[in-house]
Design a protein around this ligand. Structure first.
Ligand code: MLT
Length: 315
């Protein structure tokens, strides 16, 4: 409690606001809400940070989220509790290899997922997040565009199936979602025949195929609130359960099975990098001003075009 009070005081002193992702620890999510910040997905985090008058944004999430905040608000100070909090999708798509891939396919419109470095975004025509990727690809497909998609292959192939678009896929994946298991999910469903299955599209296709709703974190939370069911099986990072339980009280949420589900691993579906964000390192960076996110200004300007396209489309 003392730590929380200290953070609240420091946020005020620094004219800072806390922007947190649904996948970080519950106490950080609560603190963001209590202090007038936001808890959301990467699309809304980017928008909120851009539009908020605070001079400093403290991003509790992973590296690319801090970079996107900096790209959209170069004049603001962006701090992160731990700058080593990265993302397997980002790591799996190095900018030089990606540029070579794009060079080989100059006829394709380059669409990248938010979960990439600033340098990869700088090479893209569009950036999308999971909540809007389907709509944007549909729009591009209707215009007759052929697409080069990176980096998540599961999300890419799900969008490809939904839209029929011509998509060339980079072969990345999220280490959390990649672990959800189709056969085990099928068994769990037989134990809970009335449960609705909520699946994030970064999951493998045999998991997505069993979903009642496929969607981004925000879309899955809305489904938990709105669907007339009392039990849900949830295939995404289990950090989301905090918000789901708060938004849909009285409903029952079960984590979808992963390869690691066993007595020794109670919560396997949790991003190790999201877990690097805590109250302690948050308080420390607010005190010291350390861990500032920097993006090369020229790369940032180029990356911003791809992000702005998405934000304009969403508006
Ligand atoms: C994001 O966009 O924040 C992540 O892809 C998770 C999600 O919201 O679906």
């Amino acid at each position: 409690a003392e730590l929380k009070e200290r953070i609240k005081r420091l946020l005020k002193e620094r004219n800072a606001v806390l922007v947190a992702h649904y996948y970080v620890d519950a106490e950080l999510q609560d603190l963001a809400e209590e202090t007038g910040g936001c808890v959301s997905d990467s699309l809304e985090m980017a928008r909120f940070g851009r539009d908020h008058p605070a001079q400093t944004l403290v991003v509790a999430g992973v590296r690319f989220m801090g970079e996107s905040a900096k790209i959209l608000s170069p004049e603001k100070t962006i701090l992160m509790p731990d700058l080593d909090a990265t993302c397997s999708l980002d790591l799996g798509c190095p900018a030089d290899e990606f540029a070579a891939f794009c060079d080989q396919h100059p006829d394709r419109t380059v669409v990248v997922y938010a979960n990439t470095s600033a340098a990869v975004k700088a090479r893209a025509d569009w950036m999308v997040t999971s909540s809007i990727g389907l709509d944007i690809v549909k729009h591009l497909h209707e215009q007759g565009k052929k697409i080069l998609w990176a980096p998540d292959r599961h999300l890419g192939s799900w969008i490809q199936k939904q839209t029929g678009a011509d998509m060339l896929l980079w072969q990345g994946s999220c280490l959390v979602h990649d672990e959800f298991k189709g056969i085990e999910l099928d068994l769990l469903r037989t134990e809970h025949p009335d449960a609705k299955v909520l699946v994030h599209p970064e999951s493998p296709s045999n998991v997505v195929a069993q979903a009642d709703v496929v969607g981004s974190t925000t879309q899955l939370i809305n489904a938990a609130v709105n669907l007339p069911a009392t039990t849900f099986i949830v295939a995404t990072d289990n950090g989301i359960l905090h918000k789901m339980r708060a938004a849909a009280p009285g409903k029952h949420f079960i984590e979808a099975p992963t390869a690691g589900n066993s007595a020794t691993c109670k919560s396997c579906a949790h991003c190790p990098w999201m877990a690097m964000n805590g109250l302690k390192n948050l308080a420390e960076v607010l005190e010291s001003g350390a861990n500032e996110v920097h993006v090369d200004p020229e790369i940032g300007r180029q990356a911003k075009r791809a992000i702005d396209r998405m934000l304009d489309f969403a508006a």
